[in-house]
Design a protein around this ligand. Sequence first.
Ligand code: B12
Ligand code: SF4
Length: 579
Amino acid sequence: MKNKREKGSRKRILLTSVFGPYGVDDAYGRKENIMELYHNQVTKAQGIASLRFHHRSFGLYFIASNVDADVTVLDFPSKARFVREIKKQYDIVGVSFIVPNFLKAKEMARLTRVHAAGSTILLGGHGAAIEGVKDLIDCDHVVQGEGIRWLRTYLGQDPNAPIVHPVLPSTERQSIFGAPVPGTCASMLVTGVGCVNACSFCCTSHFFGRKYTSFISSGRELFETAQRIADARGTDNFFVMDENFLKDKQRALDLIAEMEREKRFFGFHIFSSAEALTAFGIDNLVRLGAQFVWIGFESRSHQERFVKNKGIDAKQLVKDLRDRGISVLASGILCMEHHTPDNMQEDIDFLVDLNADMVQFMLLTPMPVTALYEEHKARKTFREDVAWEDTHGQKCLNYTHPAFADGEPEKWLNAAFRQDFEVNSSSLYRIVETCFRGYKALCAAPELDTCLETRKAELAQRTKEYGMVLPVIAKYAVNDKERHRARALDEEIAAHLGPPTVKERASRVALSLLAGLWKQRVRLFGDMIQPATIVTKFSPEERMRSELSAPILGTGASIIEDIAPSKAVAAMVGTDRST
Ligand code: B12
Ligand code: SF4
């Protein structure tokens, strides 16, 4: 029998991410599947120079901010913490999961049936794309695609009511060389979900129906949302979670116009495909305040498969972006169907030779709902012995590849990451270099308007701030090349922007000490960092009040708990040693 409250009065809803610990070999997950973006699949081979950031389960906060209900968001719980929460007998328990976390979602549904038999169980997120998931997991509803409109409809509310953007930090915990990154991190801006390009392997495009669903549709609305969030959090920088932000060129151009009209210049980290970026133009990107762009170059040897990269000179594009102060994360795919041990190095060399600030190498992994998945299903190439928790693209292939024996893909992947690190130095070094290149480019420009003067000042500040890390990079360099170039860059920056102040020198010493401690920690206990559990309450009353006063999370939400993982757990799971 369902909880009586579900019909009639306002619902009590629990929205939760899957439980931790993450990135450990246990009954539910794998050590490669860590809950971090950079250290999982980008800077993982860069030892203590790897960027260490956690990110919340943003979709849950979006849904919570946009339904008329008492919603609790439970992010990164332990299994015991999850059980404690469901015993509060919510009307609805919604679990967000991705494909590799299938077993965790299944266990959470089972626990809900045991401890909260009256709760309705919803499953959402990319894991919902798994074929027949409704039969594989004992639940009430599986929600494929966009969840706000689905839940509003389910609760009898207007699915098309305006979408309220929550005020959220883009990262939960940022550290470099074991030292917390000072200052307020960028805010999260989710402008929409999905992408019309529909590249055959792409989960996000296919999951959202190969179309784009915008949450913020005009430049004006985007400016107002950014302004509200920036004022609440005290930073004008944003990480834009939109698979292809510049695909809507007019919206981004209108945003620039709004910023110039209002004389308020925000900064953005974005994802965009090469063709959309090129159409938008690099001058516009500088005016927009783009600081970082993630571009999927995928592969040079199979370009016909990726219309978005047709006719693009990838190397020139990366160089032009970095020359203008925009960091690039270039992503590529290994062990594609046409790859062999004889030709794959060519693609790895291509990606390394781009000399982007960061490179993501990922194994081709046909995922449910994608066209690629359907192709492999038709060809019956899927491996029966690869479980969902191994389907994450950082260790093994989930399909039979005639040219790569088991164990080989992981070796290629690790070697590719290492090659990029040794040839191009740490990503941190490259990011400082990019800021400085952009600053010098604006210094050399004949005339600057207010927008570009602001961008120049921002680049100077970022160069100084990020440049503080250069002595530590030199000290722990991967090779002589990195050591020499880090020292040379430090000197060149000092020559242009002045030597470090006393305070900056003190910070450099502190950073060096912390880096030494972090190195020891990694050597003795491994480099694992578990995210803290975060519990956030959303209620309509607070939501209404928040429209009148400065909100905590912008939508009437309050964080009630923020539990750091115990040292014992951190040490216990610290088995994944970096090089
Ligand atoms: C942020 C992010 C992360 C964060 C994790 C944040 C977290 N706390 O979980 C980090 C960086 C740590 C991460 C790690 C990984 N990720 Co990730 N990640 C993303 C990313 C870039 C954004 C997700 C997001 O916030 N989107 C915006 C929100 C609004 O959308 P949403 O989450 O999809 O939510 C909407 C719907 O899905 C739905 N919904 C979601 N949950 C629920 C729950 C209920 C109850 C309901 C009703 C609806 C619903 O409603 C929401 C609003 O419309 C996506 C790619 C993308 N652009 O979506 C990949 C993505 C989700 N990640 C993916 C993967 C595979 C991974 C990793 C395995 C690394 C890897 N190899 O790629 C690890 C796994 C970590 C782990 N142990 O679980 C895949 C999932 C593929 C799949 N089919 O399952 C994606 C799609 C990227 C990709 N490869 O295409 N990731
Ligand atoms: S361009 Fe990027 S986001 Fe769009 S479908 Fe292709 S891979 Fe996905």
